[in-house]
Ligand binder design. Structure first.
Ligand SMILES: [Zn+2]
Length: 458
C-alpha cells in the first residue's frame, strides 16, 4: 500500500529520546490511592518507566529536573476528541448555517490526508501544551484508508499516548456498512510494535439509532470479533433528521452494552438508562462544555452514584472549548454544584476523573493515569506560584479551581520531555499555525465557501 503521506508532509523524527530523569522536590500528587500526596519527594524515571518515588533518591546517572515550586501530577487523559475538526475553530458561530453540525457537514468531504494529519497535529500540540498526555482520537470522518493512516502518523509523530477509533465518513448513509475490510487491514497493520507501544485501536460506531438493524449488528459483531473496544455517541440528536432518542435500556436488551463499550454524552439518560449502564459495566465519557452548548447538562452525579465509570473529554476544539482539562474539571464541578444540592463532588474527585478514571476508561490503568512505579512516565509539572495560582495552600484545590494551561511547565510522555520551561520541544507552533492556515484555505476553496477576511489577511 502506498504511504498515506509523503515524507515532506510529515513532521517526523523530531521526538526527543526517552531519558533517565529524576524529578526532585516537587509536591507530588500521585493519584495512586496507596501512595497519596508526597510533598517534596523525588520521582525516578528510566527509559519511559516510573522506577521509584521517595526522598533523596540516589540517581547519579539520571538527569535532574527541579520540581521546586511545582506540583507533579499524572498527565491528563482525554477520552473522546474529534481531532479532525479542530480546523473549524473560528468558522462555527451563531449565524445561519454556521452552527457546529452545518459547518462540519459542509467541510468534511473536502479533507485530504495531509489535512487530517495537520488537524490532528494542531489539536495534539495544544493538548501537550495543556498537560494532556493521552488522547482518544475519535474519527467520525474517515473517508478512506489514507485518512486513517494519516491520523495514526500524527499521533505517532507528536509523541503522545492514546487510542485511535476507526469510524465512518461524516454523514454516512444509514443503510451503508462501514469499511470492515479496511478496518481489518488497519488492525493488523497498526500493531503495538508499529505504534511505538503508545497507540491502541478501537472502533467508533453509529449504533442502532443512526443505522438500520442489519448494519449496526454487523458492525458491532465485527468489532467484538476483533476484540476492539467500541465507542458510540448517545444523545438526543436534536439537529439530526431521522434520528431518535438513544435508548440505552433497549441497547442493553439487544446485548450491545458491556465493559467494552464507551458511551459518549448520554445527557438525556433516564434512571433506567443509568442503571443499565451500571449493571453492564458500560463506561461514560462526558464533555461538559460542548454538551452544555448543544445538548444539555451532563449527569455526572447520577452516573457516579450508580457506579458508572465516568471520564472527561475535550470533544472538539471547534466550539466552545479548547484543549483545556482545567476548565473541563472546573466547569463540571461548578455546574453540578449548581444543579444538585449536596452534589458531593470535590476538586480531587474531578482530578481523578481527568486522570486515573480516564486511563481506566481507555483500558490503560496499568499504563498511565497515576504516578505509580511500574507505570509509564506520563507526567506534568505545574507551577504553584504563578499569579493565578498563588497562594497554593491546597495544591489540588488550586489546580482545579484556578489552574490554566499556561501554568503547565513541563510535560513528559512515555519518558520523552515534550514541553520544558513552558516551551514545546518537538514542534514549532508557528509552523503548525502556518500549515493550519494553508489547509483551512484549501478546504474552504474546495467546498466553494468564502474564506473569511481575517484568514485571507493572514
Ligand atoms: Zn463527540
Amino acid at each position: 500500500m502506498a504511504a498515506a503521506l509523503r515524507d515532506a508532509e510529515r513532521d517526523a523524527g523530531r521526538l526527543p529520546a526517552r531519558g533517565d530523569f529524576v524529578i526532585r522536590g516537587a509536591y507530588v500528587v500521585t493519584m495512586d490511592p496507596a501512595l497519596g500526596d508526597r510533598p517534596g519527594a523525588d520521582v525516578l524515571l528510566r527509559d519511559g518507566e516510573i522506577l521509584a518515588i521517595g526522598n533523596d533518591l540516589a540517581a547519579e546517572q539520571a538527569e535532574a529536573i527541579s520540581g521546586r515550586g511545582m506540583m507533579l501530577l499524572p498527565g491528563f487523559v482525554d477520552t473522546h476528541w474529534h481531532l479532525w475538526n479542530s480546523f473549524m475553530r473560528g468558522l462555527i458561530g451563531d449565524g445561519p448555517g454556521r452552527d457546529y453540525f452545518a459547518v462540519k457537514r459542509g467541510l468534511a468531504p473536502f479533507y485530504r490526508p495531509v489535512d487530517f494529519y495537520r488537524a490532528a497535529r494542531l489539536a495534539l500540540a495544544e493538548a501537550i501544551h495543556s498537560g494532556i498526555t493521552t488522547v482518544h482520537n475519535w474519527d467520525h470522518n474517515l473517508r478512506g484508508p489514507d485518512d486513517a493512516d494519516a491520523n495514526i502518523l500524527a499521533q505517532l509523530d507528536m509523541g503522545i499516548r492514546g487510542r485511535f477509533s476507526y469510524g465512518c465518513p461524516d454523514n454516512f448513509a444509514r443503510d451503508r456498512l462501514m469499511d470492515l475490510a479496511d478496518l481489518e487491514r488497519f488492525r493488523t497493520q497498526w500493531t503495538p510494535a508499529a505504534t511505538d507501544g503508545r497507540i491502541t485501536l478501537g472502533v467508533a460506531l453509529r449504533g442502532p439509532f443512526r443505522t438500520g438493524p442489519d448494519i449496526y449488528r454487523r458492525e458491532w459483531d465485527a468489532a467484538r470479533k476483533a476484540s476492539l473496544p467500541i465507542t458510540m455517541h448517545c444523545d438526543r440528536c436534536m439537529r439530526e433528521a431521522g434520528c431518535c432518542r438513544c435508548d440505552i435500556v433497549t441497547m442493553k436488551d439487544k446485548g450491545l452494552l458491556g465493559p467494552d463499550l464507551q458511551i459518549v454524552h448520554a445527557v438525556h439518560a433516564t434512571p433506567a438508562d443509568i442503571e443499565a449502564m451500571a449493571v453492564t459495566g458500560t463506561h461514560l465519557s462526558l464533555s461538559p462544555q460542548t454538551e452544555m452548548r448543544t445538548m444539555g447538562f451532563p449527569k455526572v452525579v447520577e452516573m457516579l452514584a450508580a457506579g458508572v465509570l465516568v471520564s472527561l473529554s475535550i470533544d472538539t476544539t471547534a466550539t466552545p472549548s479548547n484543549a483545556d482539562m482545567f476548565s473541563q474539571m472546573r466547569v463540571t464541578l461548578s455546574t453540578e454544584t449548581a444543579r444538585i444540592e449536596n452534589a458531593g463532588l470535590t476538586p480531587r474527585r474531578m482530578l481523578k476523573m481527568a486522570t486515573l478514571d480516564g486511563a481506566r476508561d481507555l483500558g490503560l490503568a496499568d499504563t498511565t493515569g497515576s504516578i505509580t512505579p511500574g507505570k509509564r512516565a506520563d507526567l506534568i509539572l505545574v507551577r504553584m506560584h504563578d499569579l493565578n495560582m498563588a497562594p497554593c495552600g491546597d495544591p489540588v484545590d488550586v489546580l482545579v479551581l484556578s489552574g490554566l494551561p499556561q501554568n503547565v511547565d513541563t510535560v513528559i510522555v512515555d519518558g520523552r520531555v515534550l514541553k520544558r520551561s513552558g516551551m514545546l520541544t518537538a514542534v514549532e507552533p508557528e509552523q503548525i499555525a502556518a500549515d493550519t492556515l494553508d489547509s483551512v484555505k484549501s478546504i474552504l476553496e474546495a467546498a466553494g465557501w468564502e474564506v473569511p477576511p481575517a484568514l485571507l489577511a493572514s
